[in-house]
Design a protein around this ligand. Structure first.
Ligand SMILES: [Zn+2]
Length: 287
């Protein structure tokens, strides 16, 4: 099971989160043949989004999106407060196995969109000023929340399956003189190896890192892959197009409009009869 846990230290004003993802990561890589470097980046993006989502204090969702003029034009992961995640990348061109973030994205930036169920949408834009995605996200926390935050993220293969995991440490708001605690716990956390983070259980990792500390571990939340696409959503977006345009696509595509979801690989097909039904349904609704 993919999991997320929050934890606190009794003797330090620092909070933590730990997330471990296997099936969700696999689901995002399924039905795609991404270059190795993009697979790794999607794993990191997945961990980052899960950790970010867990910092939400309200119902809603988060999208973390990388975009630029490089061969990787887009990589995005969406998550919500239920820890349901999905993600996709768009690649046009070759990407070397050892490509850096800049190599892949080119001139680009990260857009973080937070959409509360009730309330206003917030959007933060972070430049690619650091060499890694993780460095850029740490910058984002500093800029947007003025809270020192460290992320420790690893991706790799465990039991022949892709696996991604990460730990977040963040200073609790409204605390002074936190530097020493934060540095101390960061130094401890930095000693985690990929093998440990990917293979050990959450309890084992926390014991391995903080056995000299008093750690309070909170309940486990399950993380799942969930796509929000549906036939209804496809219908809704088709109905926003002018009728003649829809008729044109129908004709060109041999009597069927095929909509393919990049996130989960599902296909939705609409023929002329479906379209006619959708239109009459809408006309009834208007009266
Ligand atoms: Zn889908």
């Amino acid at each position: 099971m993919d999991t997320l846990n929050r934890f606190l230290f009794d003797n330090h004003p620092i909070r933590g989160e730990i997330t471990r993802l296997e099936q969700t990561y696999q689901a995002i890589l399924d039905n795609h043949t991404y270059p190795v470097a993009v697979q790794t980046l999607l794993g990191e993006l997945l961990v980052v989004t899960s950790l970010l989502t867990a910092t939400l204090k309200f119902e809603g969702d988060i999208a973390v999106q990388l975009q630029g003029d490089g061969a990787l034009s887009l990589a995005v992961v969406n998550g919500n407060d239920q820890q349901q995640l999905r993600g996709v990348a768009r690649v046009n061109g070759d990407i070397a196995d050892d490509a850096t973030l800049k190599d892949m994205v080119g001139n680009g930036y990260i857009v973080i969109t937070i959409t509360p169920k009730n309330g206003e949408r917030y959007q933060g834009i972070v430049g690619l000023e650091k060499e890694t995605l993780i460095g850029c996200i740490e910058n984002y926390f500093m800029q947007s929340e003025q809270l020192p935050t460290r992320l420790f993220v690893k991706t790799g293969v465990h039991n022949n399956k892709p696996m991604a995991a990460g730990i977040l440490l963040q200073v609790l708001p409204a605390n002074d003189n936190t530097d020493e605690s934060f540095e101390h716990l960061s130094a401890l956390t930095e000693t985690i190896t990929s093998e440990e983070l990917l293979q050990l259980s959450t309890d084992e990792i926390l014991y391995r890192l903080y056995n000299q500390e008093e750690v309070r571990l909170f309940e486990t939340h399950e993380i799942t892959f969930k796509c929000i696409c549906s036939r209804q959503r496809c219908e809704d977006s088709l109905m926003t197009l002018p009728e003649n345009e829809v008729d044109e696509i129908l004709k060109e595509d041999g009597g069927n409009i095929d909509i393919h979801c990049d996130y989960c690989g599902k296909h939705y097909s609409f023929d002329a009869i479906d379209i006619a039904e959708m239109r009459s349904k809408r006309k009834v609704n208007y009266h």
